[in-house]
Design a binder for this molecule. Structure first.
Ligand code: GLV
Ligand code: GLV
Length: 320
């Protein structure tokens, strides 16, 4: 009997073409709607492998019912939506999509940093709304990027790629990470500092850390208060690392200058979200890895991981 695969979001059929003869594939038919929970559970009960996205919770409830499940391939580098430890206990392999999205996500992080510092989105809205009446000395004046200090919290692969871009802008690069990365320090001339020193001295504080029990709400009121009042906060990792109410207050009271956010605690956010009421917020709908090239590579990698798992081989990118 062919193994059963369930794909929790509609992906173009060309990606699954190579596997059509070997697998029985079912797929949630919507591209822009999350799979209904009971539909996901029903398929999980029968599937040999699941292809999931970050909007699906692969938790104890699901894993307990998934008696045939051998692997879960998550279409993301982050996997906070999956109870990885419990999956491991059950002998279910979890994979993610690192490496293929590193440079793309670093590009977006830097684009968001620049857009926030130079008020690109606000300036574009300004001109479109017919408010550009004359040149003025400080019209849409923002903050310099070059030669400033960037503090990267979480020096994984993406953090390193952001550091490389920052060096191109002749920035002074600080980082904080659970472990020192001496090779990165030597290669890129970046400096390891304590979290406290980083948030006190950086002009740009960039969160690149995965969401875990330890990092949840690590950016809160006490942290924003320590930052420079000219500091710009950028988050392209996970919304859960930030206490959003505290961030809102910090931005509203100008304890910090601005924030660029690609991620939020509960996504999607609605147009009446408090953070969207602030002019000093540049917001994006979680598009860090969203290029045609990279999303295609991520999908291919998920399918390849499933293929390896079903053949009893080591997957290409298992979550350790
Ligand atoms: C996206 O947020 C990812 O984790 O890949
Ligand atoms: C995180 O896992 C990264 O690749 O930076």
């Amino acid at each position: 009997m062919k193994p059963k695969i369930y794909i929790s979001r509609k992906i173009p059929s060309r990606f699954i073409e190579p596997y059509k003869d070997s697998w029985t594939i079912e797929m949630w038919p919507e591209e822009d709607e999350v799979v209904e929970r009971d539909v996901l559970l029903k398929h999980a009960r029968e599937a040999d492998a699941l292809f999931t996205t970050l909007t699906e919770k692969v938790d104890r409830e699901l894993l307990d019912q998934a008696v045939n499940l051998k692997g879960v391939a998550n279409l993301a580098v982050g996997y906070d939506n999956i109870d990885v430890e419990y999956a491991r206990e059950k002998g279910i392999v979890v994979t993610n999509t690192p490496d293929v999205l590193t440079d793309t996500t670093a590009d977006l992080t830097f684009a968001l940093l620049m857009a926030t510092a130079r008020r690109i989105v606000e300036a574009e809205a300004f001109i479109r709304s017919g408010r550009w009446t004359t040149w003025t000395p400080f019209l849409m004046a923002g903050a310099d990027i070059h030669h400033k200090t960037i503090g990267i919290v979480g020096m994984g692969r993406i953090g390193e790629a952001v550091a490389r871009r920052a060096r191109g802008f002749e920035m002074n690069v600080l980082y904080h990470n659970r472990s020192r990365k001496e090779e990165v320090e030597n290669n890129l001339g970046v400096q390891y500092v304590s979290f406290d020193e980083l948030i006190r001295t950086a002009d740009f504080v960039v969160s690149m850390t995965p969401l875990t029990k330890e990092t949840e709400h690590m950016f809160d009121d006490s942290v924003f208060k320590k930052m420079k009042s000219s500091a710009i906060f950028i988050n392209t990792s996970r919304g859960g690392v930030v206490n959003e109410e505290d961030l809102y207050q910090a931005l509203k009271n100008h304890d910090i200058q601005a924030a660029g956010l690609d991620v939020f605690r509960n996504e999607p956010i609605a147009e009446n979200h408090p953070l969207l009421k602030l002019d000093n917020v540049t917001a994006l709908p979680h598009i860090g890895s969203a290029t045609y090239e990279t999303r295609s590579k991520m999908i291919e990698l998920c399918l390849k991981n499933i293929d390896h798992i079903l053949k009893g081989e080591e997957p290409v990118t298992p979550v350790q």
